[in-house]
Design a protein. Structure first.
Length: 286
């Protein structure tokens, strides 16, 4: 194994389990699920010994992240990306529908980043990594960290709900002008506000609505589940749908359109918007 990152724990007021403390401390492991997988594969050491998720961190420990030697020559996915913002700390790229953000597959946005982004000139530069997720069929803006500090800081902004994400979707059926949805997902609190921007009649679906969505929480499939829960599933959704109202061949009509936050290092106000895909405009021309 090869040592790739080291983290020294400051003194903590209250002991905390490694699986909670370790999320985001390594640039190569921005998610809690990635950390758990690394622990399970004996790639995380604490004070020189293999760790467990149940281990309590108290302060002053040395936490090391290793990489299996057969993973060092990871191939890069040659896939051109549209870059909407980039500096030494972070980037915002456009993820087309129909491609994974990350995972075990070769064809992912994660594997394409080093081919598309400029290497950071900062001392803590690391391999660029996505700091949040978009579903495979969802298009839109994806936030990328380019340094260790940036990845940690951006994860913190998400945890503190200081990054505002706006989505647009086309939904089926008659809808209110606006509303709020707080149906729990997997027993956890959730919240989404929506605004119906335009409505057109449809011979097959009765009504189609262009809807602006602003989630305040980030549960898996939250928007898709929430809209299905109020009887207005997203057009093209094949997991959360009403009987006989599935649209085949056009994909999911869900688009992550805007990211709005304060840059954690320059303190610049960042607002980036990506226009709606062509398939949206064929239904809603204005």
């Amino acid at each position: 194994m090869i040592l790739i990152e080291t983290h020294k724990v400051p003194l903590l007021k209250t002991p905390i389990r490694l699986q909670e403390y370790g999320a985001g401390i390594f640039a190569s492991l921005p998610t809690k699920s990635g950390l758990k997988k690394a622990i399970k594969n004996n790639l995380i050491f604490v004070n020189g010994k293999p760790s467990t998720t149940a281990l309590f961190i108290r302060g002053y420990e040395i936490i090391e992240l290793f990489q299996a030697e057969n993973n060092t020559n990871k191939k890069h996915f040659n896939f051109p990306l549209e870059i909407l913002f980039e500096d030494d700390y972070l980037a915002i790229v456009y993820k087309p529908a129909g491609i994974l953000v990350s995972g075990n597959s070769f064809a992912t946005i994660d594997n394409a980043l080093t081919q598309n982004l400029q290497k950071s000139s900062l001392p803590t530069a690391t391999r660029p990594r996505p700091v949040h997720r978009l579903d495979y069929p969802t298009s839109g803006l994806l936030l990328i960290g380019k340094t260790t500090e940036s990845i940690i800081a951006l994860n913190k902004l998400f945890e503190q709900k200081e990054i505002q994400k706006t989505y647009h979707a086309i939904c089926i059926g008659k809808m209110k002008r606006n509303g709020e949805i707080d149906s729990p997902i997997d027993g956890k609190n959730t919240f989404t506000s929506y605004e119906t921007l335009q409505t057109v009649t449809s011979p097959r679906f009765e009504f189609l609505n262009l809807v602006k969505l602003q989630p305040q929480t980030g549960r898996k499939h939250q928007l898709r589940k929430h809209l299905f829960a109020i009887g207005n599933p997203i057009l093209g959704d094949k997991e959360y749908f009403l009987e006989d109202l599935i649209l085949n061949g056009k994909g999911l009509f869900l688009h992550a359109s805007t990211l709005d936050f304060t840059h954690p290092f320059s303190e610049e106000k960042i607002t980036i918007t990506k226009e709606l895909p062509k398939k949206f405009k064929k239904i809603f021309s204005q």
